[in-house]
Design a binder for this molecule. Structure first.
Ligand code: ATP
Ligand SMILES: Nc1ccn([C@@H]2O[C@H](COP(=O)(O)O)[C@@H](O)[C@H]2O)c(=O)n1
Length: 228
């Protein structure tokens, strides 16, 4: 575009757990002046609400019946992403082990996915400069027309080591088994499973530092903007 603002750019970053989606997406968005959306936080938030309201997580119809009730609001500043449910800041409680162990069951329910996907599309459409949206089904289902799609991967060993570093004292093998189990559940659900879009660029981060991954994605976005 000549003599005007750059066109908004939509970047979809998907991949299994612990591959670096959040760290990379936040940094890329901050560097390029884009908004940032953590869609996993939204699924965690609705799971937190289900638990807090005594909904039986083993019962998809019970989850479906109340999927429209909680009001979830995501702040999209990459320097300060926020998440509230019915006005309550849930940034900390959505990261508990209890929510992590239950989120795949809740996110597999089609009514939950329909509600959250609609919210994600409206947030992306409102991002004036563009947005980096990270999750599991962004490139395949939520934003299939994204300007750039990235699929991050890393070996389970590397991902477990990264997560164990975060959760001080956590057993690496147990962490590895837990993330493999969550990926299997997310990949095998019927409705918009974790998957690489056919036109996504796959980046294996196993042997890369976070700084290298960020640089790689920034370059891909800049190339896309330059029409290369
Ligand atoms: N390339 C990398 N090298 C080393 N550590 C990394 C790399 N990428 C991310 N990390 C670290 O790995 C951990 C997990 O990263 P992050 O939370 O960004 O992954 P994620 O894919 O968003 O995970 P989840 O899907 O579970 O939310 C963080 O501590 C992060 O700093
Ligand atoms: N687009 C997405 C994003 C996430 N999920 C589900 O949420 C869980 C938590 O995601 P994190 O990125 O915070 O680890 C994830 O395991 C999925 O069950 C999803 O379904 N779709």
């Amino acid at each position: 575009m000549e003599n005007g603002a750059a066109q908004p750019v939509i970047v979809a970053i998907d991949g299994p757990s612990g591959t670096g989606k959040s760290s990379t997406s936040k940094a890329v968005a901050a560097q390029l002046g884009l908004s940032y959306l953590d869609t996993g936080a939204q699924y965690r938030a609705i799971t937190w609400w289900m638990v807090a309201n005594g909904i039986d997580i083993e019962d998809p119809s019970a989850i479906a019946a109340v999927a429209g009730k909680p009001e979830i609001v995501s702040g999209t500043d990459p320097e300060n992403p926020t998440i509230t449910v019915d006005g309550t800041d849930v940034a900390a409680p959505i990261r508990t082990q209890e929510v992590t162990s239950k989120v795949s069951a809740v996110s597999a329910v089609p009514e939950v996915r329909a509600r959250i996907s609609e919210l994600q599309r409206s947030i992306a459409a409102a991002a004036e400069a563009g947005i980096v949206v990270e999750g599991r089904d962004i490139g395949t289902t939520v934003l299939p027309d994204a300007d750039l799609k990235i699929f991050l991967t890393a070996s389970p060993e590397a991902r477990a080591a990264r997560r164990s570093g975060e959760l001080k004292g956590a057993d690496v093998n147990a962490t590895r088994e837990a993330l493999i189990k969550r990926d299997a559940a997310d990949s095998s659900r019927k409705t918009s499973p974790l998957a690489k879009a056919d036109d996504a660029v796959e980046v294996d981060t196993t042997e890369l530092t976070l700084a290298q991954v960020i640089e790689c994605v920034v370059t891909l976005v800049e190339e896309k903007r330059a029409g290369k």
